[in-house]
Design a protein around this ligand. Structure first.
Ligand code: SAM
Length: 271
């Protein structure tokens, strides 16, 4: 496989691995199921592998592309140029709330999708979680390992900070495995598509998201230790017992509800 695809040399720094397998592309577009009138947003359209078939189905699509050359190509797209709103920007800095407000159907939440640049996929998802109330759903191609972590439940090897935070914001459903050969150039890892659907109401009552993030970060940074040790700087063993949590377990066994209980106790102590 070459680094050049459709006359464009793939740029590693932009995480460019272009999809070229028609079967995989068809499956992804079917899973997204784009409809006219929806506020569709693609992150990283690249050379249009997903953009083109989505534009065949709908009249309007907003795309966010950081690579200036690729944005230029899209502006001069022979068939779909007039359907596209092209935002030439780093998706990590995009205000998705303002984007929604600027759209014709601003009463409707966004439907976001993309074959994401793997080097920024986790920070990008955390950025998007901040806009969860503006988003109906997200379909992303990611490293398979990241999809496994997003979807993992307590007591499993892949369960960690990403699982707890993603599941606080969204329902997580892995939808499709994709081999390296589906891309040009092929990535070194297996990939998978995941559907993230923000919850209409949060699955747990949480007083402070930043406290949940802090507790998860501390607990999973030292995942071999019991939480009595890994969390000792933010909560004591006595306090853990008082809120009904066994201090001798490891982070990987705690449910989202238990992490939320710890975070809420810390918030209550701060007030
Ligand atoms: N959608 C195309 C496909 O499936 O073949 C390209 C996918 S490629 C994995 C990732 C795309 O995201 C590239 O077009 C790249 O230029 C773009 N990109 C990289 N970093 C970005 C960022 N921070 N914001 C927006 N787009 C970015």
């Amino acid at each position: 496989m070459s680094k050049s695809h459709l006359g464009h040399t793939a740029r590693k720094r932009f995480g460019q691995n272009f999809l070229h397998d028609d079967y995989v592309i068809d499956r992804i577009v079917s899973v997204i199921h784009p409809q006219n009138g929806e506020n569709l947003v693609e992150i990283g359209p690249g050379l249009g592998a997903l953009t083109d078939p989505v534009c065949e189905r709908v009249n309007a699509l907003t795309v966010v592309e950081l690579d200036r050359d690729l944005a230029k190509r899209l502006r001069h797209h022979p068939f779909h140029g007039n359907k596209l709103t092209i935002i030439e920007q780093d998706a990590l800095t995009l205000d998705f709330s303002s984007l929604r407000a600027s759209m014709a159907a601003s009463d409707q939440p966004l439907r976001v999708f993309g074959n994401l640049p793997y080097n920024i996929s986790t920070p990008l998802m955390f950025h998007l979680f901040d806009y969860a109330t503006d988003i109906k759903d997200m379909h992303f191609m990611l490293q398979k390992e990241v999809v496994n972590r997003l979807a993992a439940g307590p007591g499993t090897r892949n369960y960690g900070r990403l699982s707890v935070m993603a599941q606080y914001y969204c329902q997580v459903v892995p939808v499709l495995d994709v081999p390296p050969e589906a891309f040009n150039p092929p990535p070194k890892v297996d990939s998978a598509v995941v559907r993230l659907t923000p919850h209409a109401t949060p699955p747990v009552d949480l007083h402070s998201v930043s406290n949940l993030e802090r507790v998860c970060a501390q607990a999973f940074n030292q995942r071999r230790k019991t939480i009595r040790n890994s969390l000792k700087e933010c909560i004591s063993e006595t306090e853990l017992n008082a809120i009904g949590i066994d201090a001798t377990v490891r982070a990987e066994t705690l449910s989202l509800e238990e992490f939320a209980r710890i975070a809420n106790h810390i918030s209550d102590q701060q007030n």
